[in-house]
Structure formats: structure tokens, C-alpha cells
Design a protein around this ligand. Structure first.
Ligand code: ZN
Length: 203
């Protein structure tokens, strides 16, 4: 399986990092070794002093497809979950300054913790899903899909032009404002509506 991720999909997060608003989705990949499941702890690596949490809704792909048209995109995912797109902000900054690719800052081991998934039919309206992240019991990031620049269907159609989607692939859909450094001992809990789907520690 592969993990496809979208950057700069929430206006307030674009502002907090002083990035430009994109005219098409910003896409990057993480390998399967980035996946962290079952609330396993995240072991903080020593190559970064500034790893940020980015809480994001995650789509699970349910069938193979490429060049998917937007109006059929909803048929290609059947579950929604929540995950963290861990980002080594110091390395990312260096990569950006040099115009280099982001992989070492975004795709390292354990950089994609993912919680439980919910079937699509548990959501009344995909354009109005609330989600949030608590760090040590305090709300740090809050989002709603109505704040996305590119909605689920647009993202899925766009990425499928470049990458054949396969059953089991995951698509991270971007983070709202409030990203910040994680520290040893932090507890991260992520919620979709009021359901906690992810709960793990930084070690
Ligand atoms: Zn992200």
C-alpha cells in the first residue's frame, strides 16, 4: 500500500506557515514504513529538533482506479479515519530553502500514525465533518471539512491522474491551523466528531 498526502489544504494553516495558496493540490507520498497503527508509541528520532503534529482526516481507498472523474470519486473510498502527518519542520525548512524534495522531513519511519476508521455511511455530510487533536488533554488543532480548499472528491480525482489508486491505499487530506512541536512524553488523542479514534504517546 501507499500513503498519498495533501499539503496546504486549509487556508489558516497556509497562513501560519507563510505559504502560498496553491492552485491545485500539493501532493507528496509516504512509504508503508511510515505507517504507525494500533496506537503504538511514536519514537522521536534524533535527526530533528522540531517535529510537528499535523492532524488530518484520512480516506481509505476501496478499489483500484486511475483517471477517476470527480463525479465518481466517492465510489473509490469507503472509510474515513484520522491520522497525524508528522513533519520534521527544521528539515523541511532546509529542503524548501534548497528547492529539494521533502521526503526526509515527511516520510520517515512512523511519520503516519493512523487510528480506527469509520464507514462512510456513519457520516451524514462529508462537507461538514468536525475533527480535532488534543495534546496532553488540551485541544491543539480543530478542523472541519467545510474549510478545505480541495474537497475529498477533488483530491481523489486529482491524485488518480498521476498514481493508480489501489485498495488499502490511504490519502491524508491536509491539516488545519495549530501545528506545533511534539515533546517526549506527550499524549496525542485525535477525534472525529466526538469519537476518539487515535490515542498514542511520544517516546
Ligand atoms: Zn500534512
Amino acid at each position: 500500500m501507499k500513503i498519498i498526502a495533501i499539503g496546504r489544504n486549509y487556508a489558516e494553516h497556509i497562513q501560519e506557515l507563510n505559504n502560498e495558496r496553491p492552485s491545485s493540490p500539493v501532493v507528496f507520498l509516504k512509504p508503508d514504513t511510515a505507517l504507525l497503527k494500533n496506537n503504538q508509541p511514536f519514537y522521536h528520532p534524533d535527526f530533528s529538533e522540531n517535529i510537528h503534529h499535523e492532524v488530518e482526516l484520512v480516506l481509505k481507498v476501496c478499489k483500484e482506479g486511475k483517471y477517476i472523474q470527480k463525479e465518481f470519486a466517492h465510489r473509490y473510498f469507503d472509510q474515513i479515519g484520522i491520522g497525524i502527518d508528522f513533519t520534521a519542520r527544521d528539515l523541511q525548512q532546509q529542503c524548501k530553502e534548497k528547492g529539494m524534495p521533502w521526503e526526509i522531513a515527511k516520510a520517515f519511519n512512523g511519520s503516519a500514525p493512523v487510528g480506527k476508521f469509520l464507514p462512510l455511511d456513519e457520516f451524514e455530510n462529508l462537507k461538514n465533518i468536525n475533527f480535532h487533536l488534543q495534546v496532553n488533554g488540551k485541544v491543539r488543532q480543530k478542523g472541519n471539512t467545510n474549510m478545505m480548499l480541495f474537497d475529498f472528491e477533488t483530491i481523489l480525482a486529482y491524485v488518480s491522474r498521476f498514481f493508480t489508486l489501489k485498495k488499502g491505499d490511504l490519502i491524508f487530506t491536509g491539516t488545519p491551523a495549530g501545528v506545533a512541536k511534539v515533546n517526549l512524553g506527550d499524549r496525542l488523542e485525535a477525534f472525529v466528531e466526538n469519537r476518539k479514534l487515535l490515542d498514542f504517546e511520544i517516546k
